[in-house]
Design a protein around this ligand. Sequence first.
Ligand code: ATP
Ligand code: MG
Length: 415
Amino acid sequence: MIQLVKGTKDIYGAEVKAWQEIEGKMRNLCETFGIGEIRTPAFEFTELFIRGVGETTDIVQKEMYTFTDDGDRSLTLRPEGTAGVARAYIEHGMHNQPQPTKLYYISPTFRCENTQAGRQRQFHQFGVEMLGSYSAAQDAEAISVAAALLEEMGVKGVELRINSLGCPACRAKYNKTLREFIGENLDKLCPTCKERFEKNPLRVLDCKEEGCQAVIAHAPSVLDCLDEECTAHFAQVQAILRENGIPFTVDPKIVRGLDYYTRTVFEFVSDGLTVCGGGRYDNLVEECGGKPTGAVGFGLGIERLMMILEKQNGAIEETAQRDVYIGSMGEAGLLKAQALTFALRKGGIKADCDTVERSVKAQMKYANKIGAKYSVILGDSELESGKVELKEMESGEQTEVALEQLEAVLREKCK
Ligand code: ATP
Ligand code: MG
């Protein structure tokens, strides 16, 4: 037997219902916020992610599913959603439309990671990207989408942490300060961080190794390296969040795992797991070949959100619900049952009939199992007499109905 690939999952049954519900909420919320959907391809030229996400990030260094096509081009399955959206924004001249351009996606995302709780190789992200503004109001608006969603989903105990990495000049200044600090503690760091330290010291702050965490706890704060403008921008983001009643804490250790972030970065954390991460990325569009464009966005892991919800509310239960089961006996009865089922379904009624040649007794058992509210049996005698017994499943109560009235009666009852 061929099994599914490690780190992937089938979503079906009660679980897929929960997914549809969450996706529905995401779509409705985006509608309210004036955010339109975008569906970008599942794969892009590898170059896009190298340039966009950054050569020294974990994603590019070890997590991408990269392959060569028959034209010898290097392609990569989307390991995150922002780079593809930035590419589409440039390619379709979206900057010519009134700004901001606000887009969302719900897409499978692929990262070749060690599988463990909360970490898959194909997972799903709900992402929001807002392009065409440098204003702190845009940062706050992006954060408020995620906050509103988590609130609407009834997620308890999520914490919003925010930070600012400043503009490239501030970042260069901080990199220098940080490199000096790390240099003094190099012997206490993991081998990966020893490598990271030269090329991209910020990555060390993102390391999950305990030894590195202990060192990082004493690292200088990026907030002390911000210039006046970046400090003011960050203060304004905080002021708007406060005004909107969105609680947060400032955490100068948050850097996020992608290189494109500038100024504001943020995370929503629950039980030590990041459910949502994002920030401002003012250089990405230019990096990808477009005009300088201020932008901010986030990615929210749907599996992580599900995990948290299940932990807080218990496992999702299957709730079968059918309006009516049209049972049958004999060939003529089956024909009539199928025609009636088809007619009812066209009217939006959840009707079912026998398609596996069950006995009448087994059909009734099945009607119970699928949660039918009503059932009826069409056999030769019913067709002859023109009368049927309509059964209300829960009470067991039966009512005689004229066969020619049955469709109309069911339509009325199952409205
Ligand atoms: P982490 O620090 O947990 O590795 P990340 O920095 O890699 O997260 P992002 O790249 O910002 O995360 O992705 C956004 C969100 O996508 C995360 O907050 C998380 O909810 C989800 N996510 C990331 N990687 C995975 C994965 N391998 N499996 C499931 N969900 C994931
Ligand atoms: Mg990661």
